[in-house]
Design a protein around this ligand. Sequence first.
Ligand SMILES: [Zn+2]
Length: 152
Amino acid sequence: MQDSRDYDEEPVVYCAKCYSLKIKYEEAIDADCCMDCGCSDVLTSSIDEWEKLYEQRYGHKFTVKTHDPKKSFIFKLPLEKLKEKVFKDIHWRDIIQNIYPHFPGGLGRADSLILFFDKLTRDNRLDDLRLLLLNHYRNKGNGREEVKKCRG
Ligand SMILES: [Zn+2]
């Protein structure tokens, strides 16, 4: 049992601003950077200490989210709703080209989407679309745009 004694004392590096543990070294600024809020102010403490701080600020314990995308709303959408979402998205063409870079570009929105979903169903790639949309919406929240034009 003595061997596990030091386990919890391993220091953690966290963001001084939002207490996130998602710290990554950013080459451009030659410093550690918080992936959640972009702050380059990081602190080190024991896990215990950090947990306490986190709880004080957020009023609940930090829980490790598994981030299972299959549990997200987009995976619960019926196919028709999924079609609707892509149809209404102003980036619908980018979404299609992200999955099929060589998708014919001359078609209108309705025809493109019929063809697109036909292909997706046939290739069994509906989950690819769902994952793509998931990232798309997530990044919208950050004001960033993740669905990029594919320059194939
Ligand atoms: Zn932060």
